[in-house]
Ligand binder design. Structure first.
Ligand code: NAD
Length: 438
């Protein structure tokens, strides 16, 4: 098939690569001329492991190329995926600016296009958006009725940054939200060579599946964190405790990693949007509200642990990991931000380390006097305390012997349970971690 993908961020570009690798011709569209140019020169516009090699192969083989012209992309494809951002507004609701602009542009292109075209919303959107917002905008701009000449569907994305390509090639499941039989057949055909369970539902259900999935995962993290905070006071190691809990076949062991909380471009905004959706329907969400409030205080637990060894004012500290998780340069809602803001407020001198995300992070704190380095050993040299915010391999593989030698006072506060406490203590390092119980 010929496929166009609008938006070349973490979801759009990975989706485009996946379809191109499966043998389709893919045209990417982005309003950013810089991104279009980067893709056409096979240069990844953001960091994701493996992205550079795939881009080189697919752009070189003319299976994938980019343009900023939506009309050209729609006219030269059979279906268009909308993969633009859906950030949240101050009241928690979704900001549909990018999606509505896309829908209008695609509709305008469909006006003169011959032949059937399917428009698929891949962006995470509030239930009802595909049917009640995107579809009417398409119809109006195209001057056509939905059904014979075009249709609209929703196909949520579940990839995780850092393992995005593997997730996209081998998804756990594919959800297809459709409005009619033609879109159902076309999507089933497109995904016929993906080996995973597939579920076809209506668009509202599909949109809600994405929100509920993220809400559940975030709930698991906040649950683990609340248990960790209790365990900490009781002298119980939360990791050991969860080993026992997850021996129950009803409790899946993934995602119970206690630490300094979740960030990223999805969980915080999707839960805020879900709370807003519920409020509009007159439904209260005490559980979701608590998931967010547990998450808000979690980075500050690292400070509490550090303060058990003395005040932070005047201390030199390193914050290891600025991205919201390993394997990405994405800093949206990273826990490094509230952590560093709190450290600066306490009067600490902060050096931030990350192998990929420094430039993006600097934009979040342009005025602050934070030093940066992309060498973790340089970051910890002469420091009183090292805080681990993100468990990159580059951090996980730091040698305890060198940590002890290089730091002024070897105190490590681990927000991700990156290190083995026994090994750290065996090297004379004062090691504290959320939920370690000591
Ligand atoms: P992103 O912000 O990284 O990328 C969006 C891209 O769309 C940008 O490159 C922007 O320039 C482009 N764009 C905006 N308006 C455009 C327009 N009118 N025409 C062409 N290009 C346009 O976003 P993302 O992280 O890839 O997320 C996209 C959607 O997927 C969101 O709804 C998000 O919630 C969802 N999602 C994201 C992830 C993730 O891990 N990032 C995972 C699953 C789902």
């Amino acid at each position: 098939m010929n496929i166009s993908v609008i938006g070349t961020g973490y979801v759009g570009l990975i989706t485009a690569i996946t379809f191109a690798k499966k043998g389709h011709k893919v045209i990417c569209v982005d309003i950013s001329a810089e991104r279009v140019d980067a893709i056409n020169h096979a240069k990844p516009p953001f960091f994701e492991p493996g992205l550079d090699e795939y881009l080189r192969d697919l752009v070189g083989a003319h299976s994938l190329w980019a343009t900023s012209n939506t009309e050209e992309a729609v006219n030269n494809s059979d279906m268009t995926f909308i993969c633009v951002g859906t950030p949240h507004l101050p009241d928690g609701s979704q900001d549909l600016t990018y999606v509505t602009k896309c829908a209008k542009d695609i509709g305008a292109a469909l006006k003169t296009k011959d032949g059937y075209h399917l428009v698929v919303v891949k962006s995470t959107v509030e239930p009802g958006t595909t049917k009640l917002t995107v579809l009417p905008l398409l119809c109006e701009a195209a001057g056509k009725e939905e059904g014979k000449e075009f249709s609209c569907a929703h196909n949520p994305e579940f990839l995780r940054e850092g393992t995005a390509l593997a997730d996209s090639f081998n998804p756990d499941r594919i959800i297809m939200g459709v409005l009619d039989d033609s879109s159902r057949e076309l999507l089933l055909d497109l995904y016929s060579n993906f080996e995973c369970p597939k579920l076809v539902v209506d668009t509202n259900t599909s949109e809600m599946i994405k929100y509920a999935s993220n809400a559940f995962l975030a709930t698991k993290i906040s649950f683990a964190n609340e248990m960790a905070n209790i365990c900490q006071k009781l002298g119980v190691d939360v990791a050991e405790m969860f080993k026992g809990v997850t021996m129950d076949h009803r409790i899946n062991p993934h995602f119970f990693n206690a630490g300094c909380g979740f960030g990223g471009s999805c969980f915080p905004k999707d839960i805020s949007a879900l709370i807003h959706v519920a409020k509009n329907q007159g439904v209260q969400t005490p559980l979701m509200n608590s998931v967010m409030s547990v998450n808000d205080v979690q980075p500050l637990k690292c400070l509490e642990l550090a303060k058990t060894s003395g005040e932070l004012s005047g201390k030199s500290v390193a914050v290891l990991g600025l991205a919201f998780k390993p394997g990405t340069d994405d800093v949206r809602e990273t826990r490094a931000l509230p952590l560093i803001q709190a450290l600066l407020k306490e009067g600490a001198k902060v050096t931030g380390y990350d192998p990929q995300a420094i430039e993006n992070f600097k934009k979040l704190l342009p005025e602050a006097s934070v030093e940066y380095t992309d060498d973790a050993y340089v970051a910890i040299t002469g420091k009183d305390i090292a805080f681990v915010q993100c468990d990159w391999n580059e951090i996980r593989l730091l040698e305890p012997k060198k940590i002890k030698e290089l730091m002024k006072t070897p105190v490590v506060i681990d927000g991700r349970r990156t290190f083995d406490p026994k090994i750290m203590e065996g090297h004379g390092i004062t090691y504290k971690a959320i939920g370690l119980g000591k």
